[in-house]
Design a binder for this molecule. Structure first.
Ligand SMILES: *Cc1c(COP(=O)(O)O)cnc(C)c1O
Length: 430
């Protein structure tokens, strides 16, 4: 669900017309809905209300400090994967004491920063990392709160690039090795055994892989809880979203065919998982990223050229794979809609960017209303793994980001200037 809809034929984000924002801030432009962020956060809170739980929003999905601030105000904790993300949480007014720090390659400097900041837990991915954290904590005279990321070896049934919970993946420590490892950790004086963690993948649209993984983990979690007094069990993120829903009221008829089928809702997730988790009597952490931010974002782009080759109808836009890489990287689908509702005939269209790569394609042969130079198009569900994956490839400046709240809006990131792109570079001497 989200708060982008047509009002009198004009796409709005909450109470603000998208076209007006583009007139003011240019194109391409990222626009986020704070009501959508809030709605998703609350729906998870509500679904998990019967459980001692903590939502740690996965910062990598959308790390704009305006977005983090919105979630911090709602009481969210954060799942981070670098010192940079921890520092962003702090800059956004978030509580570092409610942060977990994950990732397979934490550097000594990052570990020191996290220890100084008093994070809730390190999610640990290897024995070597554990030994490094123990040594650094000893050196600093501190105790490091740790949880081991278990690889439960279940197939999440999602895209190969975003599945993480099988032994083919680089993540976590094998299920079979966990108990011996906790025994070993219990003898390391500068560690506090905070809990245990898993994360099986992203964009899961079925509840079964979660249920399978939790079921497999429970006997292990119970034994570790009893033996080492663990206080929390993190079941990771991964809740999927619908990338192709029909918009709500005011939707032109040609959109309404595509209905969300088999959507994994927080209610279904909670209904199946709560009965398994509640008897543990532990705090349950979840680390949703995409579920909270995915549908809260829109990438607006302007049509530069129409190129009809006889074989193909190309719409060349001013956004490119450097702004939104998901279609080229994951073969991801983003619904593309006109900013002014259109009754024009639908024609099979390839929407492409200006970058010198064939992969710079947002969709192929998709029926879209015929458009003209200067028209604005919107790519929906561009709130997660969108701006955070943007780059300056082809020396293109990254777009501005706008956060809408009701009929107010805030520039939460300015458009990069071109000159700033080589500001850190210099000519060789001589
Ligand atoms: C990426 C990631 C998440 C968030 O995944 P979503 O699919 O966006 O919910 C949570 N936990 C870990 C460890 C991750 O790597």
């Amino acid at each position: 669900m989200h708060h982008f809809r047509y009002v009198k034929g004009q796409l709005h984000c909450e109470g603000v017309a998208v076209e007006e924002l583009v007139q003011q801030y240019g194109s391409p432009l990222y626009i986020y809905s704070s009501q959508t962020l809030t709605h998703h956060y609350h729906s998870l809170e509500q679904a998990l209300s019967g459980l001692d739980h903590s939502i740690c929003y996965a910062v990598k999905a959308n790390s704009n400090i305006g977005v983090l601030h919105t979630l911090a105000k709602l009481g969210s904790g954060f799942d981070t994967v670098s010192q940079g993300e921890l520092m962003r949480v702090k800059a956004a007014g978030g509580d570092l004491g409610r942060c977990v720090f994950a990732g397979v390659g934490k550097t000594a400097e990052e570990i020191r920063y996290a220890l100084k900041s008093g994070i809730y837990a390190f999610n640990i991915e290897s024995l070597a990392e554990l030994q490094r954290i123990q040594a650094i904590a000893a050196e600093m005279g501190k105790t490091a709160p740790v949880a081991i990321r278990v690889n439960p070896n279940v197939d999440a049934g999602t895209h190969a690039k975003i599945t993480t919970g099988t032994y083919e993946n680089k993540f976590g420590i094998a299920y079979e090795d966990i108990e011996a490892l906790y025994e070993r950790m219990a003898r390391m004086p500068h560690l506090k055994l905070r809990g245990i963690q898993m994360h099986i993948g992203s964009q899961l649209t079925k509840v079964k892989p979660f249920v399978d993984a939790v079921r497999k983990m429970i006997p292990l979690v119970k034994r570790l809880r009893d033996r080492h007094g663990l206080e929390c069990f993190s079941i990771g993120g991964g809740l999927g979203i619908v990338y192709d829903p029909a918009l709500e009221s005011g939707t032109p008829a040609w959109w309404q065919g595509k209905q969300a089928k088999g959507l994994l809702t927080p209610a279904i997730y909670a209904k199946r998982l709560l009965p398994l988790l509640k008897p543990l009597g532990m705090r349950i952490l979840i680390e949703p990223g995409r579920f909270i931010a995915g549908n809260a974002g829109l990438l607006v782009t302007r049509v530069e050229y129409i190129k009809d080759t006889g074989k193909k109808h190309f719409v060349i836009v001013d956004a490119a794979m450097n702004d939104l890489i998901r279609p080229s990287f994951y073969e991801a689908y983003h619904q593309i809609v006109p900013i002014r509702a259109s009754r024009a005939t639908l024609i099979p269209t390839d929407v492409v960017g200006p970058i010198c790569e064939s992969g710079d394609t947002f969709c192929k042969n998709r029926p879209l209303p015929k458009c003209r130079e200067g028209d604005l198009l919107g790519m929906l569900s561009a709130g997660a793994y969108a701006f955070t994956m943007a780059s300056n490839y082809n020396t293109r400046a990254m777009p501005a980001e706008i956060l809408v709240d009701g009929d107010q809006h805030h520039v939460v990131r300015k458009r990069q200037t071109l000159r700033s792109l080589w500001q850190l570079e210099s000519l060789p001497k001589g």
